[in-house]
Design a protein around this ligand. Structure first.
Ligand code: ASP
Ligand code: SER
Ligand code: ZN
Length: 477
């Protein structure tokens, strides 16, 4: 099993795409897909990367069998049940909870999909992107069509300017990988966290080394359960990695917050909490008031920028929801034996189309293994945690802004520099996994359940605006 895992990870992290005579790494390809608006090029890059995963299918099937053997020895029906057992409720109830949360947010997603599809149709024409049906997966500015913020320029409301563009500002202000991480650290210290230890800066990997192959997918590590925390990433200077720096450091600050717990409790209240900490920091850090304080924008834009801002956020946070559901829905089916290797790819696309409303740029080869083109499948890392985080982070944010006495539009709230709110936040993090997660959630927010209304409330003005924009469209797919 260890050998299979290393093989799969290695295929993923060393995969290259040959394009126009050049050998490109995944981060090169991802970078091109952020800004290319040429459908033929996007298709070539997308197909090139997905071809990397083809040889994974057989070994992946063996991994599933071995993982299930282990799960059964531990008393679980299959590995999916084991993964669903981590949330202080019976595994079936957890699956129902995910479904309930998704169902609450689905209409908003459908509204967004409909609006984006219409703009892509206007940009590319019927032959590339029809006005009805699913969206071509390679047109959304992201290899996995999981967050769409990079194509904001194609979707911006007419006559309403966002007021800034983070990527060029970062470049202009001479940001580099270290400065991204320093800036993220500064957010946490401003709300009362102790600075990262010196070893973080000497031992982390923040850029892709030139002399060897590495796994470039950003991750955060706790080496000694004490202070030796590190990030391994290949940051580039852009808005995505500005956010990712806050995300990764969130893991490290959480790890340090629970370092005095007993060994068994040195983990997140659940894995969704672990992903939500840094995302919560990122929500605060993207607000115009804060970016102005950093000198990344000159003027805080007026109220006309709120809808553009919410749209920009929804392209990352709302678009992500169905993707974050299907990655493990697919694996739950696979682990349960409902989907056999010959149907791996078809089942993947059935879910992608049903939930996300997307389709591949062309029909897929019969031996394709497209799930393997996503790091968390190749590396066997559970994914529902990111769906939970997408909800928890808005619950944290809503509670933080209430505690801070914020009265303006919620999307403009930032608790930057607020040590009082920071202290409450840290009290939750210090608990680690010593209590069931509802207790941890309650310690900070006063709430005990996963609540999609925090996401829905945040995006409510945008949802109304989208409904208006979509008049005359045939939404759905
Ligand atoms: N940023 C990566 C992602 O969330 C890895 C992580 O979880 O830290 O996939
Ligand atoms: N970092 C996670 C991913 O890359 C969730 O955003 O999929
Ligand atoms: Zn993470």
């Amino acid at each position: 099993m260890a050998k299979i895992k290393v093989d799969l990870k290695t295929i993923y992290s060393t995969g290259k795409v040959t394009y126009q005579g050049k050998s490109l790494t995944l981060d090169d390809v991802v970078d091109l897909m952020r800004s290319s608006r040429d459908p033929a090029e996007l298709k070539a890059l997308w197909e090139g990367w997905h071809a990397v995963a083809r040889p994974m299918r057989n070994e992946y099937g063996r991994l599933v069998g071995l993982a299930n053997e282990g799960a059964r020895e531990l008393g679980y029906t299959d590995t999916g049940v084991l993964w669903r057992s981590w949330y202080d409720m019976p595994p079936d109830e957890f699956a129902q909870t995910v479904e309930r949360l998704w169902t609450q947010l689905e209409p908003m997603y459908e509204n967004l999909q409909c609006y984006v599809r219409a703009r892509l149709n206007e940009k590319y024409g019927d032959a590339v992107q029809p006005r009805t049906g699913a969206i071509r997966a390679d047109l959304l500015g992201d290899m996995w069509a999981q967050s769409w913020g990079n194509i904001y320029d194609l979707l911006a409301p007419k006559n309403a300017d966002l007021g800034y563009d983070l990527t060029p500002s970062l470049v202009k202000q001479n940001y580099d990988a270290v400065k991204l991480a320093r800036t993220a650290e500064n957010f946490y210290t401003s709300i009362g966290f102790a600075p990262l230890p010196e070893t973080f800066w000497s031992r982390s990997m923040l850029v892709r080394p030139r002399d060897r192959e590495v796994d470039c997918h950003a991750s955060a590590w706790d080496i000694d359960d004490k202070n030796d925390v590190r990030v391994k990433a290949c940051f580039r200077v852009n808005a995505d990695d500005f956010f990712t720096a806050h995300h990764e450091l969130g893991h490290n600050f959480y790890q340090r917050a629970y370092q005095d717990q007993a060994t068994l409790f040195k983990s997140g209240a659940n894995d969704g909490f672990h992903e939500a900490v840094g995302d919560f920091a990122g929500l605060n850090a993207l607000t115009p008031n804060y970016l102005k304080q950093l000198g990344l924008i000159d003027e805080v834009p007026g109220p006309q920028a709120d809808i553009p801002y919410l749209l920009r956020m929804a392209l990352d946070k709302v678009a992500f929801l169905p993707f974050a559901v299907i990655v493990d829905k697919w694996r739950w089916q696979v682990f349960a034996g409902e989907v056999t290797p010959d149907r791996y790819n078809d089942a993947w696309w059935a879910l992608r189309t049903k939930y996300q409303g997307i389709v591949p740029p062309a029909s897929r080869p019969s031996d394709a293994f497209d799930p393997g083109a996503k790091m968390h499948i190749a590396s066997n890392i559970p994914y529902t945690r990111y769906f939970l985080a997408d909800i928890y982070e808005f619950q944290f944010y809503r509670a933080a802004c209430r505690l801070a006495g914020w009265s303006g539009p919620v999307n403009r709230c930032t608790i930057y520099g607020n040590e009082e709110v920071g202290a409450r936040f840290q009290a939750m993090l210090r608990m680690g996994s010593s209590k069931p997660w509802p207790d941890a959630l309650e310690a900070f927010t006063g709430e005990r359940t996963l609540d999609a209304s925090a996401v829905a409330d945040y995006f409510a003005p945008l949802d109304r605006w989208l409904t208006d924009q979509n008049k005359g469209e045939k939404c759905g797919w």
